[in-house]
Design a protein around this ligand. Structure first.
Ligand code: NOJ
Length: 744
């Protein structure tokens, strides 16, 4: 293991060339050193201890007074926060403020779509704005540190936490993560509305075997460097103030004891001075992992690997004094961890003002709602629209609104919404009822998404028969995705499939809307519906966004940030896979076409599933619009380039349909031959382009040859000379506009 990490560190020296060392913050560093020099060992170790909020304020106060607490998570009541800060400032020996933290994952009060939905917008500005709103609302209540963004690459929809990240693609996730960090932290951490971000989970958590949470991740060193680490490097470049170690192990080493991640990468390669926190008791969980003997061994391994602060596990506070005496942990190691904690507190301006204005309320401000609505609208993905079912015509006067997610304010907000008040959430029912001149016949049919009682379906069908159109809103309750909520079957649950089927037989136009935390296996519902809109749990403004889209006030633009499988057995499934030695041609015999008694042969066979074929239900980057777009006239500034050059790519995009709309144009490349095999496609750029009906424009991309680098056979991060293909495309499966170039 050590040798492997050593080899990797060599590779990293090259990765790190692009990351300039952070400029020294000498004034802050001076304050840190002054304070550190006054601290007792107990006070130092106290700074490395994060408590979970307790009901009993006095218990917390006592520990703060004694200098045993550096941070508290989950305390959100401004009055209590002020009381605790007052004790820290006035009653502890050195007056060090407490860093108040919380999981503010996709909004604090105003809830934005879940991160997977945000990724579908491909709109970095809107995503940054959502994070800014979350920061303004959360800091107003005293939270100065959030455990977000989650930038784990997830290629397996069984994993419940796929909801919390930006999907399967390294490039998209890197940019989304950086935008979110910028939004939380604002231009300067010392601004009272700035909230320290936390790049998590460092690293590889999204690769949990079998899509089962907390499970082992099997990641090769090269995959770690090329797929899983780049979003964390980008986070360092964006100035992420903190990192969180992940629960999983990689190749036998739990992240909380992984010095390769926490030192070689974070400190040496990326020059980050971020503070590193563990995940919840991921220290003591190393006992279950089986790489530590006892809690003292846990503390030693974690702090020696590069952890600064321990989230609730309390192995540091209990064991570091003795470990120091025994020489198993050095004082300089503890001091460095304390420096990282104090530096953040100084940067946040907590020493100047740890308090919050208890009378100021900023939640749900109209501009927050407006920006969140924009993002929710852009996050919706139109997956089918037969015969222009959508937008609904002005002739539609009676709408049957059906399904357990049609009026489920809490559920449509998705996972991790501790603080959002569901009474502010606009459901599809509320939004539809607010439209003048539309009669709404509402019938949930099922009480919730897992409801197994089919009795309500008949009444939904009866209502459908009286309507001009049926809108059926199904999906997953919030608790069906997120942490620890993994599924081995990713189909619609309960009697929802029967509901969609019954409605499809009414002969009325059926618009199915799915609100879920993951891509579901919905091939049958796609077939049965005339139109299908996918909304990853859309949050506070989800109902308004949906109704705007249904009636054409807005036009869908979202594209899939993850591949949608036909069947769960296809996962992990993702667009940028390797070709294999026997790629499927698409003409393979499926199970029903295979003759009974057919003879076994290996000749001419290829890589596919007898029942599912080869491809996905929907590829990465896919989404329809009410209008149509045409790509043409692809031009490259050069076809032969040196490794340090930039390729200028242009093409024409025309809106050839009837609606003003936005297209998410994507740029993909393929490195045809490498010293190691290369993915069949890689996303290298995207742009949201707004065009009026009939309008045409020239779209431009710049592709730096340096961005074609990968981890080569000898573990160097390099661009290899050779031939490349390039596509400008509407999705990852669109090969129509192709060009070639060569790197010399
Ligand atoms: C455990 C989760 O894995 C992590 O993402 C979260 O931030 C912490 N708990 C704190 O709630």
């Amino acid at each position: 293991m050590k040798r492997l990490f050593y080899t990797l560190s060599l590779a990293l020296a090259l990765v790190s060339c692009s990351t300039a060392p952070k400029s020294a913050d000498s004034a802050v560093d001076q304050r840190v050193e002054d304070l550190l020099s006054k601290m007792t060992l107990e006070e130092k170790i106290g700074q490395l201890n994060q408590l979970s909020s307790m009901n009993n304020l006095e218990d917390m106060a006592k520990q703060i007074r004694e200098g045993r607490v550096g941070s508290i998570l989950n305390e959100v009541e401004p009055g209590r926060i002020n009381a605790l800060q007052r004790i820290a400032k006035d009653e502890s020996r050195l007056g060090i403020p407490i860093l108040m933290s919380r999981d503010v994952i996709h909004g604090f009060k105003t809830i934005a779509p879940i991160p997977l939905g945000q990724a579908a917008s491909f709109d970095l500005e809107a995503v940054e704005a959502a994070a800014r709103i979350a920061a303004i609302e959360a800091t107003n209540d005293g939270i100065r540190w959030t455990f977000s963004p989650m930038i784990d690459i997830a290629r397996d929809a069984r994993w419940g936490r796929i909801a919390e990240g930006y999907g399967e693609d390294t490039y998209l996730t890197s940019l989304m993560g950086a935008a979110t960090i910028r939004g939380y932290q604002g231009p300067d951490l010392s601004d009272p509305t700035s909230m320290a971000a936390c790049a998590k989970h460092f690293c590889g958590y999204g690769a949990s075997e079998g899509g089962r949470d907390y499970n082992t991740a099997n990641i090769t060193p090269r995959q770690l460097l090329d797929v899983y680490l780049p979003p964390f490097q980008k986070a360092a470049e964006a100035g992420a103030a903190t990192y969180m170690t992940s629960f999983n192990e990689i190749d036998g080493v739990p992240s909380t004891a992984n010095s390769y991640l926490l030192k070689t990468m974070l400190r040496d390669a990326w020059h980050s001075d971020a503070m590193v926190v563990t995940d919840w008791a991921s220290t003591s969980e190393m006992l279950a992992h089986g790489n530590t003997y006892d809690r003292a061994d846990v503390a030693a391994k974690a702090i020696n690997a590069g952890v600064d602060m321990e989230m609730v596990g309390e192995t540091f506070i209990q064991n570091l004094p003795q470990l120091l005496k025994e020489g198993r942990v050095k004082l300089s190691t503890i001091d460095n961890a304390v420096r990282n904690v104090l530096r953040l507190k100084f940067r946040l301006g907590l020493f100047e003002n740890p308090y919050v204005d208890e009378n100021k309320r900023v939640a749900y401000a109209p501009e927050f709602i407006e920006k969140t609505l924009k993002l929710a609208t852009e996050s919706a993905i139109l997956l089918k629209n037969a015969d222009e079912t959508l937008p609904l015509s002005s002739k539609v006067k009676t709408v049957a609104l059906v399904g357990p997610m049609a009026d489920a304010a809490y559920e449509q907000s998705g996972t991790w919404t501790f603080d959002g008040d569901a009474s502010h959430t606009v459901t599809p029912l509320a939004a539809l009822q607010a439209i003048n001149g539309i009669k709404v016949l509402y019938e949930p049919a099922l009480t919730h998404c897992r409801d197994q009682k089919a009795a309500g379906i008949a009444s939904a069908v009866a209502k459908a028969k009286q309507a001009d159109v049926v809108i059926c809103v199904v999906g997953e309750e919030a608790i069906m995705s997120g942490e620890a909520h993994c599924l081995a079957d990713i189909n619609l649950y309960g009697k929802q499939k029967d509901l969609v089927e019954a409605l499809s037989k009414t002969g009325k136009p059926l618009v199915t809307v799915i609100m879920a935390g993951r891509p579901l296996t919905i091939a049958k519902q796609v077939e049965e519906s005339d139109a299908l809109l996918y909304m990853f749990h859309p949050g506070t403004t989800g109902g308004t966004a949906l109704v705007d889209l249904l009636f054409g006030k807005a036009v869908p633009s979202g594209k899939t940030p993850v591949t949608f499988p036909y069947m769960v057995g296809q996962v992990p499934i993702y667009y940028n896979h390797k070709n294999s030695g026997r790629p499927a041609a698409g003409t393979e015999l499926l199970i029903d076409q295979t003759p009974v008694g057919a003879g076994q042969t290996s000749l001419g066979c290829s890589s596919y599933w007898l029942d599912a074929g080869f491809g996905p239900l929907f590829p990465f980057g896919y989404g329809l619009s009410y209008t149509t777009f045409e790509y043409s006239n692809l031009k490259l500034s050069k076809t032969e380039l040196a490794k340090n050059e930039t390729l200028h790519v242009t093409f024409d995009l025309a809106n050839t349909g009837k609606y003003d709309a936005t297209e998410i144009c994507q740029l993909y490349i393929r490195d045809l031959v490498g010293s190691v095999t290369r993915p069949i496609k890689e996303l290298k750029g995207f742009k949201r382009v707004a065009l009026k009906a009939g309008e045409k424009t020239t779209v431009e991309f710049d592709l730096n040859m340096a961005d074609l680098a990968f981890t080569t056979l000898d573990m160097k991060h390099e661009v290899e000379p050779g031939d490349f293909k390039l596509w400008v495309a509407a999705n990852s499966d669109d090969n129509t506009n192709e060009a070639s170039f060569t790197v010399k």
